[in-house]
Structure formats: structure tokens, C-alpha cells
Design a protein around this ligand. Structure first.
Ligand SMILES: Nc1nc2c(ncn2[C@@H]2O[C@H](COP(=O)(O)OP(=O)(O)OP(=O)(O)O)[C@@H](O)[C@H]2O)c(=O)[nH]1
Ligand SMILES: [Mg+2]
Length: 346
């Protein structure tokens, strides 16, 4: 099972400007020669792999990408202006597919990689270009070449930055719904298979992908419940967000169950950076909050944070605590990618 972000885009390169038919007009010259300029070239459509993007979400908002048309030629042998190019800025790792959704046109694996998706049309010749020794006054010019229209698919394998873990009912889905409101939930999109929910969460100027998997129960690693089916999805997360339900009455057991399942699953899940959160604090008074936090920390949980996904209290602080882990992983991946390419060169 893969998380795929898939977006359809319509691109169109600019048409070339038309050539111009014009004749010189000068005082005392009755028949001026041809002076119609050429049309400008239409703009190209490019794709470029850029840094700092993690999803294709921008293409949900803008599906049409049209480059500018070239300007028509003008008299006095003036060439029309070329149309501006347009560039689709895509995250590294994006594949560009043809309309059939099968043919891969480009695989944007490298930062800064640029691919021409649709070439702008050439400008038409003005009548000056048609002047010959036998035809001194051609009344002929070319029209500009049409732009090219294409329907394309952008496809990106999403990697969740943050994995949500906790018992069923710990409030994982509520948290995801509360935090990914600012941006649309990826789960609303036509992913092929998506049992776990993915959400794009924004905090300050950062954006990351959070995976909400079904709750884990004791024995999940042996296939009990739904949990272990989905643990695979959080293997590559930068950090786990462990939610513990503050109203459960069995706080420490709940907390310990998840740790045991993570350890039993293997794949280093229990060694991953983890942020532990006492959730549902809206249902607790100040004294209870402190008491339960102390209890968790006494049991071995580190730096327990307080939060209510329902009222959003403490949510921003939790997101900010996740951010350095996400950044660290991304930095590490960039370094890895550079090492693959050989020594870094300024
Ligand atoms: N009081 C309170 N209730 C909450 C909070 N967050 C979630 N709940 C409630 O807890 C119940 C479970 O919430 P979910 O978000 O579905 O929990 P989950 O962890 O996604 O559960 P599973 O998908 O079964 O693993 C729901 O009835 C929520 O309304 C919270 O911050 N405060
Ligand atoms: Mg849920």
C-alpha cells in the first residue's frame, strides 16, 4: 500500500505572435519597402523540482497552467515580444505522467531539475522576410504557430513525517482533523488506497504530513486489531506522536501497551524520536493534569505535553515540538542525497 498524491493539470504553451504586413511610409517615398516584423515566440511550460515542498497540494488550487502568447510583429520591422514561460514548481520526487496515467514523461528526482512540458509556438514571419529580388513588396506574412495543450498527471509518493500512535479512542483522528483544517485534508483526495488518513498540517511557516493510523491494541504486532497492518506506514516517519487519553483511568497501562507494541513490531519503531502527549485535558482540572503528567513522567515518559485535540488547547505547542524532528530528518535526507552525488561543491 502506498500513499500517493495525484493531481491532474492542464498545461498550454503560448502561441507564437503573427507576422506583420506593413510597408514603410516616408515623406517623398511613394512606395516604401516591406517592414512588417516577426511575431514573438510563445512562452514554454516547464516543470522544475524545488526544495521545501512536500506535497502536491498547490496543484489542487491551480490546475491550469498557461504560458503567455507571443506578441504580433509590428511595422518598422519591430519584432513582437516573446511570451513569458510558466513554471510548475513541484516537490523533488514528483513523477510527471501523460494523460493515460501510465507513460512517465519525467521523473523529477533532482533538485533544480527542469523539464520542458510544452514548447511555445514560434512567431510568424513578417512580410519583410518574404522580400526577394523579384518580389519587392510581398503582401504576405505567416501566422504564429499554435501553442500546445496537454493534460498531465503529477504523482508523488508521500512519506508521512509524523506518525500518530495511541490506543483506539486516544483522540488521534480528532487531532488530525483539528490540525489539518487550515489546509485541506489529503484524505479527501482521490487516493487509490487509503485506510490510514493522511493530513497536511501547517504550523508557523512549516508544513508536514501526519499519518493517522487505526489505534493499536495489545497484541497488535501479532496481528490483533488493525494496528500492525498499518505500522508499516509509520516506519519512515521522522517522529511519532504518542497520544495518551487522560480520561481513561488506566493511563500508565495505556501508555505502556503502545510502547510494548512498538518494541515488539521491531523495525526500530521504539527507537524513533517520540513526543508524548497527555490528551483530552479539557476534561481534567489543573490538579489532575499535573498529577497525570507527573505519573507518566515517573513511569519513564519524557517531557510529557498537555493537549486537547477537541478544544485545541496546547495543539500548536505540540506541532512546534514535532517540527525540529521533521526538519532534522529532511536535513539528513538532503545530506544523504548529496553524498550519493559525490562530494559537495559550492
Ligand atoms: N474530551 C475530549 N474528547 C476527545 C478529545 N479528542 C477526542 N475525543 C473523543 O474521543 C473519542 C475518540 O476520538 P478519535 O479521534 O476517534 O480517537 P482515535 O484515536 O482516532 O480512535 P481510533 O481511530 O479508534 O484509534 C471521540 O468520541 C472523541 O470525540 C479531546 O481532546 N477531549
Ligand atoms: Mg481514529
Amino acid at each position: 500500500m502506498k500513499f500517493l498524491d495525484l493531481c491532474k493539470v492542464y498545461v498550454r504553451s503560448g502561441s507564437g505572435g503573427n507576422g506583420c504586413i506593413s510597408f514603410r511610409r516616408e515623406k517623398f517615398v511613394e512606395f516604401g519597402g516591406p517592414d512588417g516584423g516577426d511575431g514573438g515566440k510563445g512562452g514554454d511550460v516547464w516543470a522544475e523540482a524545488v526544495d521545501g515542498l512536500n506535497t502536491l497540494i498547490d496543484f489542487r488550487y491551480q490546475q491550469h497552467w498557461f504560458a503567455q502568447n507571443g506578441q504580433g510583429g509590428m511595422g518598422r520591422n519591430r519584432t513582437g515580444k516573446d511570451g513569458d514561460d510558466i513554471v510548475l514548481r513541484v516537490p523533488v520526487g514528483t513523477e510527471i505522467l501523460d494523460e493515460d496515467e501510465e507513460t512517465v514523461i519525467a521523473d523529477m528526482t533532482e533538485l533544480g531539475q527542469r523539464v520542458l512540458l510544452a514548447r511555445g509556438g514560434n512567431g510568424g514571419w513578417g512580410n519583410l522576410q518574404f522580400k526577394t529580388s523579384t518580389n519587392q513588396g510581398p503582401r504576405r506574412a505567416n501566422s504564429g504557430q499554435e501553442g500546445i495543450e496537454r493534460t498531465l498527471w503529477l504523482r508523488l509518493k508521500l512519506i508521512a513525517d509524523v506518525g500518530l500512535v495511541g490506543l483506539p479512542n486516544a483522540g488521534k483522528s480528532t487531532f488530525l482533523a483539528a490540525t489539518s483544517n487550515a489546509r485541506p485534508k489529503i484524505a479527501d483526495y482521490p487516493f487509490t488506497t487509503l485506510h490510514p488518513n493522511l493530513g497536511v498540517v501547517g504550523v508557523d511557516d512549516a508544513e508536514f504530513v501526519v499519518a493517522d493510523i487505526p489505534g493499536l491494541i495489545e497484541g497488535a504486532h501479532e496481528g490483533r486489531g488493525l494496528g500492525d497492518l498499518f505500522l508499516g506506514h509509520i516506519e519512515r516517519c521522522a517522529v511519532l506522536l504518542h497520544l495518551v487519553d487522560g480520561t481513561s483511568g488506566t493511563l500508565i497501562e495505556d501508555w505502556q501497551t503502545i510502547l510494548d507494541e512498538l518494541a515488539a513490531y521491531g523495525a526500530g519503531l521504539d527507537e524513533k524520536p517520540r513526543v508524548t502527549v497527555l490528551n483530552k485535558i479539557d476534561a481534567l482540572d489543573d490538579e489532575e493534569r499535573e498529577f497525570l503528567k507527573d505519573e507518566l513522567e515517573a513511569a519513564g515518559a519524557k517531557d510529557v505535553m498537555l493537549m486537547s485535540g477537541a478544544t485545541r488547547e496546547g495543539v500548536t505547542e505540540v506541532l512546534r515540538a514535532l517540527r525540529p524532528h521533521v526538519n532534522a530528518r529532511r536535513r539528513a535526507e538532503r545530506i544523504e542525497a548529496q553524498e550519493d552525488e559525490g562530494p559537495w561543491q559550492p
